[in-house]
Ligand binder design. Structure first.
Ligand code: ADP
Ligand code: MG
Length: 835
């Protein structure tokens, strides 16, 4: 499959910037040919005073007109380009492309806009014209735009700050702290609108009379001027004289403050400014003006720094990091042009939050470029989100699909049972010669072997009857090295006998001969309880010369080769049967055994008349379904995804155990890993970078699926797990990985449920019952430890087999205990027969 490799943002975008000094229309082109490059063209358009104060319709018609003019000039009117709108007024944003103006600021007064969605207004204006079309993707504030622009160069940028005509900031807040928006995962940018800080009086104790007067008088921050006026009025300056220019609001500009503070001879500069404003200042007047400028701008920087420090502290606590590394994207003429403002601000912030490494990054035209950046990002995220959903779609099975899986399972089970079709049927439905469950009178000491799971174990099992009825076990785990798993059969069985000898010695029972039950969890054809012909290895085993052989004979030969002890091999059982027997010891309704561990398989009590491979019509026999092979004839191909195919192709037994490979512990992690690789290759994850680790087969163990999906786990911990796997992830990556794990595990549990629904419904139909009450004995680490598997599976069974009342009972070491119990039952029956 070839797909275009996609990384980063690229394309052509339009942007509008309203709410700064100028209204502008921009075109931004982002190229991504190795070197990311941003090109911009922009045009400033005037907004006449009468339009600023007129109706909303007039304003938005004007904006649409400017846009049309700009597109005409660039000859792009026929393209429907994505547009980002930097709209720097307080808004309540409900979506990326829906934003309600709270109130006009900065001199705007257009009627009928407050309380309305600005995106709708501009869309309507464009429709009224009808000469071009655009796709308004994102509305942003200038602070957000600044943060985004800087974020393009520095991934740590999570705060945007504007100190210009107005002052405001935004930062990335945890979703779980944002009550107004649904969802708890990830982060969202919050526009603080901190300009309104103190509007409820919280700051009154530090506001001066000048601050209050500015509030009342003008739209412009002419702070500096007011102090001068006040002092003049009190005859502290200018001998009490005031020129009309000084009295006129806004004539003493912030630019002047910058110049006075910036000039080597600030006092001389103050004189020039004052003279320009029609004053005739004395030397003391100039010194005082110079000093007032310093005080006012220092205070402004300090206030700004204090608020920023609070934001940084909050981000640091959100992240729970000891030291925070963070970047603040900044724009605005005060910050950029004032000779000391930036320095003072930075110094104060660093002093207030000493345990943070803060970088201040000046944005280059944040509001213009930023809107385009946000648009580009939104475009990419939407595209990526869609792409991921589309990929995961085939893994999400509907009720109808699951019913179909159940139906096909039933068909395959019947083909396995029937003599005619058995040979070609993948679901083998193997007779086990287990026909009775424990009745509680069994007793004695038994040895058991458990092969075919994660570990090889030897066990001593004591079964007691009567008052002290119960089972007591001792066991020892032995490893089977890979070279023995893949060596010869003789080597494998010699190793097993060696382990038995070690165990007997360890238990102080050297030379004792006990009845032995062998849990051998591979598909076998049994002709008697104590004869079992291996049909094929599964779950990573490959030892040569075993397939087609009786494993009891192989074991006995190895015991004879060693010439040290003898054993009476009474029963060979499958782990599913062992599990059913163990649970049956506690619950007489238990007539089904299920394993969801390394592999997946099930057994159940079938009517003898349906077990065509074995003579006899009376009673029941436990049938080992070997349902892992369901689909090996292609009957599940329409449910298989490309990832299932990839996992299968790379496995030791390609084409085999197709059902098992979609749902058991040995493969789930691999499915997840293959999806992650696909996402990464397509730039949808891990910033498109494939690590060596991710390419390593088997790194993504199924236990990580359990951990990642664990409900109490914060995203931060998901990141830690990924990091442990050598995968550097962002917050968004963690959400995606978690989603993939959920989808894969959910499908596994549902498929397992669909198979189980087929089994219990078959039992019910066999017996001609309207309703069946039955217990399923279950074992396997995936079932037991995954946080959602059991629940999803139970729900699926209920959904697909509503006429069955199914309980699930977890077996405690079914494979080990079960083999001994079957041996005990067999010995009981044998002894009864001998009597
Ligand atoms: P077996 O089936 O081999 O007898 P288990 O029932 O212990 O043994 O299953 C082992 C399988 O369970 C392995 O494939 C392993 O990946 C998986 N596993 C281990 N730990 C967990 C866990 N915490 N959650 C889900 N699966 C797990
Ligand atoms: Mg097991």
């Amino acid at each position: 499959m070839s797909r275009k490799v996609h990384s980063g943002e690229h394309g052509e975008f339009l942007a509008l910037d309203l709410g700064g000094t100028n209204f502008r229309v921009l075109r931004v082109r982002v190229t991504d040919n190795g070197l990311q490059k941003v090109e911009m063209e922009n045009q400033i358009y005037a907004i006449p005073e009468d339009i600023m104060q007129g109706s909303g319709t007039q304003l938005f018609d004007h904006i649409a007109g400017c846009l049309a003019n700009f597109m005409d000039k660039l000859q792009i009117k026929d393209k429907k380009l994505p547009l980002g709108f930097t709209f720097s007024f307080p808004c309540i944003q409900t979506k990326l492309d829906e934003s309600y103006l709270v109130s006009w600021t900065k001199g705007f007064k257009s009627r009928g806009v407050e309380g309305r969605d600005v995106v709708t207004l501009i869309r309507k204006a464009i429709q009224r014209r009808g000469d071009f079309d655009i796709d308004i993707v994102a509305m942003v504030n200038d602070t957000v735009a600044t943060m985004m622009t800087c974020g393009y160069d520095d991934q740590n940028c999570e705060i945007g700050l504007i100190v210009g005509m107005g002052s405001n900031a935004c930062y990335m807040e945890e979703m779980r702290h944002i009550d107004m928006v649904e969802g708890d995962e990830g982060r969202m940018c919050i526009n603080m609108e901190w300009g309104a800080f103190g509007d409820d009086g919280t700051l009154d104790d530090i506001r001066t009379e000048f601050d209050k007067e500015i509030d009342m008088g003008s739209l412009n921050p002419g702070q500096q001027l007011l102090i001068l006026v006040k002092m003049a009025k009190e005859e502290l300056l200018f001998r009490g004289n005031l020129s009309p220019e000084l009295l006129a609001t806004g004539r003493f500009e912030t630019k002047d403050v910058s110049e006075i503070e910036g000039d080597k001879d600030g006092i001389q500069k103050a004189r020039e400014v004052l003279v320009r404003l029609g004053m005739d200042p004395t030397q003391e007047d100039c010194v005082a003006t110079h000093r007032i400028c310093q005080i006012v701008s220092t205070r402004s920087a300090s206030l700004c720094a204090a608020t920023l420090a609070a934001v940084l502290q909050r981000i640091k606590e959100n992240k729970g990091e000891e030291r925070l590394r963070s970047t603040i994207g900044v724009d605005g003429s005060v910050y950029k042009k004032h000779p000391h403002f930036a320095k003072r601000l930075q110094k104060t912030v660093r002093r207030l939050v000493p345990n943070c490494d803060i970088r201040f990054l000046c944005s280059e035209d944040g509001s213009g470029k930023g809107a385009a950046m946000v648009t580009a990002v939104a475009y990419r995220l939407a595209y990526q989100h869609r792409a991921r959903l589309k990929t995961l779609e085939p893994l999400k099975l509907s009720h109808e699909q699951l019913l179909e899986v159940k139906r096909r399972m039933k068909v395959e089970m019947e083909r396995g049972l029937s003599k005619e079709t058995h040979a070609s049927a993948p679901v083998k439905m193997l007779p086990t010669y287990v026909c009775a469950t424990p009745d509680g009178t069994e007793k004695g000491d038994f040895l058991a072997l458990d092969l075919g799971g994660t570990n090889f174990r030897v066990l001593l099992v004591r079964v007691r009857n009567g008052k002290r009825r119960g089972v007591e076990m001792h066991n020892k785990i032995y490893s089977i090295p890979q070279d023995i798993m893949h060596g010869t059969g003789d080597e494998l069985f010699d190793h097993i006998v060696q382990c038995i000898a070690d165990f007997l010695e360890y238990m102080g029972m050297k030379g004792v001969s006990l009845p032995l039950g062998f849990t051998f969890s591979f598909p076998c054809q049994q002709n008697r309880l104590d004869e079992s012909i291996l049909l094929k290895w599964t779950k990573g085993f490959k030892a040569s010369g075993c397939e087609g052989e009786d494993v009891v004979t192989l074991l006995k030969e190895a015991i004879h080769r060693r010439e040290e002890f003898d054993l009476d091999v009474v029963a060979v059982v499958n782990d599913t049967v062992g599990t059913m027997m163990t649970c049956g010891y506690e619950d007489p309704h238990c007539e089904v055994g299920l394993i969801v561990g390394t592999g997946s398989n099930a057994c159940y009590m079938e009517e003898m008349r349906n077990v065509e491979l074995v003579e006899g019509e009376e009673g029941r026999m436990c049938v080992n379904t070997e349902w892992g092979a369901f689909g090996d004839n292609g009957c599940l191909d329409d449910f298989c995804t490309e990832f299932d195919v990839a996992v299968d192709e790379l496995s030791l037994n390609p084409g085999k155990q197709r059902f098992e490979k979609m749902m058991s512990g040995m493969y789930l992690g691999e499915i997840v890993r293959n999806i992650l690789i696909d996402f990464t290759k397509r730039g949808l994850l891990f910033r498109g970078r494939i690590s060596e680790r991710l390419k390593t087969r088997g790194i993504f163990e199924t236990k990580f699926l359990s951990q990642i999906e664990s409900d109490c786990l914060a995203l931060q911990q998901v990141r830690a797990i990924l990091q442990h796997l050598g995968l550097e992830s962002t917050c968004d990556d963690s959400i995606i990985v978690k989603e993939v794990c959920t989808v894969v595990a959910q499908r596994a549990a549902q498929l397992c449920g669909a198979g189980m629904a087929a089994v219990v419904d078959k039992i019910r139909e066999n017996r001609g019952l309207d309703t069946l009450k039955v217990t399923v004995g279950v074992d396997g680490t995936l079932y037991k430890l995954h946080p959602h598997f059991a629940k999803v599976m139970r729900e699926t069974v209920k959904d697909l087999a509503p006429k069955c009342d199914v309980s699930f009972l977890e077996s405690e070491d079914g494979s080990g205990k079960g083999a001994a119990l079957i041996t005990a039952v067999a010995c009981r029956i044998r002894e009864a027969g001998q009597r």
